[in-house]
Design a protein around this ligand. Structure first.
Ligand code: ATP
Length: 547
């Protein structure tokens, strides 16, 4: 749909832009990565030494984008709620944590090697590599359907390869000093659960959130920053009562069949299923708020045979990356698996004391308690669990004690940044004043995550009054948000520079500004210009930045 834009002195007259063209442009990861390099979003790590596969650095604009993505998540998940507390734990932790979590024994990918070209690959990704290739090599062993996607050579039998990076703590290189760089941030939350509970004035249901670096020695890091060996995660463990405790407390458990209002305040009588769906909806709201429209991602509900043995449900939020539909983040209902594992391995009970539950149990007579136990036992036995364990569990509930269950929304910072870059990237063909085609590359970031919020341009560099006003404005704004100063070249050129950085507003200070204090604010997407006062600009900007 062609859109009109006010003349901005830089030849911005008419946009001839079709959504189809935008789709084609979006699919070009090459064009996007070239822009990301040229404008200082993303560089290869250690580039002057030839780079390191699976490691990426964020340049001046990239690290601003990253900070904003993380700040948005923290605001939405922690500060904007009363029932979530934060944590910032170490990357290297006691190695027993990884034994308890299962990472030491099972966090492995199947690895295979080509006997001819010696390339290492993940056996489960070979089909994807075939699919990505325009020309698939012929197998060197005729009739083979498992052959090297690079040269057609014979592949070795897949072997599990543990993805954790090992290191040595202290000066003595001995197996007893082996430790690991964390492969996820979540385990620290479980290991510190009791401390946070004791010091945060929270009670179940409540959550603990953490963001930070994680490390996985991926066999084949690929697709730009999508799968790296060093990356950042933003994880929330939201602890809830077991459904049996909710039943005891309220006499009922709200399930999805009850059609609960997931947009209103959270409710004490929700069961795990409702909490899980609630967090799926919260995550979708967050993704919308930072600039991913709902129609650009899908919910993939894992099938029962795909779930981990302890998981009750798991949803992947998938995004259509230029290289195909892939997981952006996941929301899992993990039962009481993690805390129970840490209880077993550390010997430290991970139970909470829930006084309202104990008070509710006190009101039951012996017959009512026996009926409650019988009901729980029937349910547990139907799910293949032990009747005696069910009775012990119920007696603990009567004392107000249980190990909390958990819902885990887990997101990758870098993956979200890639999705936001893909979503924002567009090459538009405009007509200049002479009617010639002029391509404008623009990143349509939401102002909430845009690396630079505004750029200040004095129209005429030699005009002292304009320069002074513009400089004062720049100094005032930079105390509030990230702004840039640009005096070089025609205004049109300066706009284009900011379009490529995704800056939502460009402020031009001109002769009228010196007279009445108003300046023009050019909006990136519509390219429309509006005269505003400083106060009007601030009000507009803050409204756009707020969650
Ligand atoms: P995948 O199946 O893509 O390997 P996963 O299911 O192992 O991912 P989780 O362990 O659930 O991922 O991690 C949670 C989130 O962390 C992922 O949804 C993703 O956003 C991010 N993440 C995981 N591994 C990587 C990686 N190697 N590089 C970048 N981000 C990652």
């Amino acid at each position: 749909m062609p859109a009109k834009a006010a003349c901005a002195g830089g030849g911005e007259i008419m946009i001839y832009y079709s959504p189809v063209m935008a789709e084609e442009n979006k699919s070009s990861l090459d064009a996007l990565s070239a822009l990301a390099k040229r404008r200082g979003f993303i560089y290869h790590s250690s580039e002057i030494y030839g780079g390191m596969p699976g490691f990426w650095d964020y340049g001046p604009l990239g690290c601003e984008l990253k900070q904003n993505v993380k700040a948005a998540w923290w605001q939405f998940t922690v500060r904007g709620r009363e029932d979530v507390a934060g944590l910032d734990a170490t990357i290297i932790m006691h190695p027993k944590i990884w034994k308890a979590s299962g990472h030491l024994d099972t966090f492995a990918d199947p690895m295979t090697m080509c006997k001819d070209c010696k390339k290492l690959m993940r056996a489960d990704q070979i089909k994807d590599i075939y699919a990505e290739q325009r020309k698939k090599p012929q197998p060197k062993v005729p009739g083979s359907d498992f052959f090297c996607p690079h040269c057609g050579g014979e592949l070795t039998e897949p072997k599990p390869f543990n993805l954790m990076f090992k290191t040595i703590v202290g000066p003595i290189d001995d197996p007893s000093n082996v430790a690991y760089l964390r492969p996820e941030t979540a385990q620290a939350i479980f290991a510190q659960f009791l401390n946070v509970l004791a010091t945060s004035r929270q009670a179940v249901p409540f959550g603990i959130a953490q963001m930070g670096k994680s490390f996985r020695n991926e066999v084949t890091p690929r697709n730009y920053i999508f799968r790296s060996r060093e990356f950042e995660q933003m994880e929330l463990e939201f602890f809830i009562r077991p459904d049996e405790a909710v039943e005891l407390l309220h006499g009922h458990v709200v399930t999805l069949a009850d059609n609960p209002d997931l947009n209103g305040p959270v409710q004490d009588d929700w069961g795990w299923e409702v909490w899980h769906k609630y967090w799926v909806e919260q995550r979708k709201k967050f993704l919308n708020a930072v600039g991913l429209p709902t129609e650009r991602f899908v919910e993939y509900w894992q099938k029962p045979d795909e779930l981990a043995h302890y998981a009750r449900a798991c949803v992947d939020i998938e995004y259509d990356f230029p290289f195909g539909r892939q997981e952006l983040e996941g929301i899992a209902a993990r039962s009481d698996f993690d805390l129970t594992q840490h209880q077993k391995h550390s010997g430290v009970p991970q139970t909470v004391f829930d006084d309202p539950l104990k008070q509710a149990a006190k009101k039951l007579d012996d017959a009512a308690k026996a009926a409650f136990i019988a009901k729980v036992q029937a349910d547990w036995v139907a799910r293949g669990k032990d009747a005696l364990a069910a009775e012990k569990f119920c007696r603990d509930l009567f004392d107000g004690k249980y190990v909390p269950h958990v819902i885990e929304p887990s997101a990758g910072v870098d993956r979200l940044m890639l999705a936001l870059l893909c979503e924002a990237y567009e090459e538009q063909t405009l007509k200049d004043e002479k009617g010639k085609d002029d391509v404008r590359t623009v990143l349509h970031f939401s102002p909430k995550v845009a690396p630079v919020k505004a750029a200040i341009f004095p129209l005429i560099k030699k005009d002292e009054a304009q320069m002074k006003f513009a400089r004062d404005l720049f100094e005032k704004l930079r105390r509030k948000v990230n702004v840039q100063w640009d005096v070089s070249g025609a205004i049109g050129r300066r706009y284009r520079r900011q379009d490529e950085a995704g800056t939502p507003w460009c402020i031009t200070v001109d002769a009228q500004t010196v007279e009445d204090g108003t300046f023009t604010v050019r909006e990136r997407d519509s390219m429309a210009q509006t005269r505003m006062t400083y106060e009007q600009f601030l009000a507009m900007m803050y409204a756009a930045l707020e969650f």
